[in-house]
Design a protein around this ligand. Structure first.
Ligand SMILES: C[S@@+](CC[C@H](N)C(=O)[O-])C[C@H]1O[C@@H](n2cnc3c(N)ncnc32)[C@H](O)[C@@H]1O
Length: 351
């Protein structure tokens, strides 16, 4: 075993009482194999755990072996390949559902908020039910895309999807599973409309639905939106021209490569929407880089802060950052403020 190998033994499996066992290692999948990496939640059904005292997982060469006494088994001997993805996708859903339940128990409405700044934001922006001028045309575009029969093939540079692993995706599926629903897209619109930021960065354009909301909310703002897939970005370009939106600059490439050059050319960032590559280290790297260009009026919005244990940890580290004062947890969105006059405080708001 190489140094990078991870060993899961009965010891680091926390619960063997019922159907589920938990370890603190990450597990990733490819269509062909299982790849273990660090920091993730892994569940094993009881019979698998009891039949395999030690599982050796090689992170680099994408091999997974389970050793029981002196025999070596392929992990796939125990779980049929066709079940691996649905099985772990179900585990992720369980993780999300548990965290959502905890969020609902801890969250409050505006009545539990004593900070005037946050109270105003919750009542006038987050809970604002007005029908803004831009909603109709962008939602009409969403409906149009949902009717699309087109399929595209692309490389997902992020943390993948809970719904599919396929590189071929129908436009309709991208809209359903990757694009923010109306409720959250329109909240982005209201946040930009309220704070009137002029320099906006979005990491994760996809088909351009949220980008369009950001752009429409302040016509004086310049929106830089980055997307890794040129195939998806091309559809976003068509969408922007259909909506006649002109204040968007689209950049194509991996965030890791594009972000440093964007930041080199940008004096300040007033608003950043982090909506791609939902992995702990990547999220923290992007956050730290953008932080250098933030000012005390900047607003950062993080998508899917409970998507995985890694994202949960990233959200915790972001909240703990000394430049961060107020945060608002809406479960699917985490909103971050840097206002110096505010006492550091974290709010969990029902949304
Ligand atoms: C959740 S979607 C964005 C959805 C979009 N903001 C919306 O709601 O309308 C995330 C996008 O980020 C892109 N992405 C993920 N990781 C990336 C990376 N490391 N570099 C560049 N693009 C990436 C994916 O291709 C995907 O289209």
């Amino acid at each position: 075993m190489s140094q990078k190998d991870i060993v899961l033994t009965q010891k680091n499996i926390l619960s063997t009482q019922n159907q589920l066992a938990l370890s603190q290692k990450h597990l990733f999948f490819t269509p062909q194999n299982i790849v273990f990496s660090c920091r993730h939640i892994v569940f094993f059904s009881r019979n698998i755990v009891s039949s395999i005292p030690t599982i050796y997982c090689s992170e680099n060469n994408i091999k997974t072996k389970a050793k029981s006494r002196h025999k070596t088994y392929s992990f796939q001997n125990f779980i049929p390949h066709s079940l691996i993805y649905p099985y772990f996708s179900a585990v992720k859903k369980l993780f999300l559902a548990t965290n959502y339940l905890l969020y609902r128990l801890k969250s409050t409405s505006e009545h539990g908020v004593h900070s005037p700044f946050v109270f105003d934001l919750v009542t006038n922006v987050i809970y604002n039910k007005s029908d803004f001028y831009a909603y109709k045309e962008i939602e009409a575009l969403r409906t149009h895309l949902l009717e699309s029969e087109k399929t595209i093939e692309f490389e997902d540079l992020g943390a993948g999807s809970l719904k599919t692993q396929s590189k071929k995706r129908k436009i309709e599926e991208i809209v359903k599973y990757s694009v923010k629903p109306k409720k959250y897209s329109q909240l982005l619109f209201r946040l930009v409309n309220h704070f009137q930021p002029t320099q906006i960065l979005e990491l994760g354009t996809s088909l351009g639905i949220t980008t369009s909301y950001l752009a429409r909310a302040n016509s004086k703002a310049k929106i830089i939106s980055v997307e890794g897939s040129k195939e998806i970005a091309a559809i976003a370009t068509e969408n922007f021209s259909q909506l006649e939106i002109q204040n968007i600059e689209q950049l194509i490439g991996n965030f890791d490569d594009v972000l440093p050059s964007v930041l080199n050319k940008t004096e300040k960032l007033d608003f950043v929407f982090f909506d791609g590559n939902h992995q702990k280290q990547a999220t923290l790297n992007y956050f730290k880089q953008c932080l250098n260009k933030a000012n005390e009026n900047s607003v950062f919005v993080f998508d899917d802060i409970y998507w995985s244990s890694g994202m949960k940890q990233a959200w915790q580290e972001i909240k703990n950052n000394k430049k961060v004062t107020v945060t608002i947890d809406l479960f699917f969105f985490g909103i971050v403020f840097f206002r110096k006059e505010q006492v550091k405080q974290h709010f969990i708001i029902k949304y």
